[in-house]
Design a protein. Structure first.
Length: 268
């Protein structure tokens, strides 16, 4: 692990806290273009452990209807990677209110990153204080061959996903080549489509838990209330909530009080 990764906010977080971590996802530029930092500050104030910001894309293949729709609205609002970096430019200092200290992940797809330029992207992530990315359609082998040195140079983690169909050999490989945490997809589905935790999911969670992986794990897809968050936290270090929060923003708005109320329904 490089010195930059050692000091990463995500790795520091897991070194300090290993249970019931809550990672909340929202789409940059949704519901309105300039809501990004409002929601980010609201989530930090509500006590979430990691904030995952979606970079809108026209074909978000891993995402279900709720997040797809939020991507479409955000793109129509004019959101882009360049705009997102501009919005995040001052978030880590106190120039405009309370500084953001919570770890930040950017979640998206590789094509817009390639268009932006991988090194330019990593450099901007470092400049604005982004700690890592999730790029579901970037194969680990290609990442290691082409891009890993650039990510390491700028201290940016690349979080990899596993699913119930991922072989043990592949999981061991991902674990060996990962830093930060492993994103456990709860089922072979898209975001927002899973209802509850099935016996099949529990068997999968138990299987991964028994592997004693080097990296901590967060479970995502289908985590939408206190019950599913509790269940995920029994088998991993915590969970990721996405579609349920997007629906909440659509229905209840982006005020700090509304965001805090949502986080409280997940945690307690």
């Amino acid at each position: 692990m490089t010195q930059e990764l050692t000091q990463n906010r995500i790795t520091s977080l897991f070194a300090q806290k290993s249970e019931r971590l809550l990672n909340v996802y929202f789409t940059a530029g949704y519901p309105s273009l300039n809501d990004t930092t409002t929601i980010l500050r609201g989530l930090q104030a509500a006590g979430v452990d990691i904030v995952e910001i979606g970079m809108p894309y026209s074909d978000p293949v891993a995402d279900g209807e709720t997040i797809q729709q939020s991507n479409g609205v955000a793109l129509d609002n004019g959101m882009s990677i360049k705009t997102l970096f501009a919005q995040l430019a001052d978030c880590r200092n106190a120039t405009h209110g309370e500084p953001i200290t919570v770890p930040i992940l950017l979640m998206g797809y590789i094509n817009p990153v390639l268009q932006f330029g991988v090194e330019n992207f990593c450099q901007k992530c470092q400049e604005v204080g982004v700690d890592g990315v999730i790029l579901p359609d970037l194969p680990l082998d290609l990442f290691l061959e082409e891009y890993a040195p650039i990510f390491r140079q700028y201290g940016i983690l690349n979080v990899h996903l596993i699913t119930p169909q991922t072989t043990e050999e592949r999981i061991r490989f991902i674990d060996a080549e990962s830093d930060g945490f492993i994103y456990m997809v709860s089922s072979a589905s898209i975001t927002g489509s899973v209802k509850g935790v099935s016996d099949t999911m529990k068997t999968y969670f138990e299987r991964i838990q028994a592997m004693n992986l080097r990296n901590p794990r967060l479970i995502g897809f289908g985590i939408n209330n206190h019950e599913t968050f509790d269940m995920a936290s029994q088998f991993a270090n915590g969970a990721i909530v996405g579609s349920a929060f997007i629906r909440h923003l659509s229905e209840k708005g982006t005020s700090p009080e509304s965001i805090r109320a949502f986080v409280e329904t997940i945690r307690s």
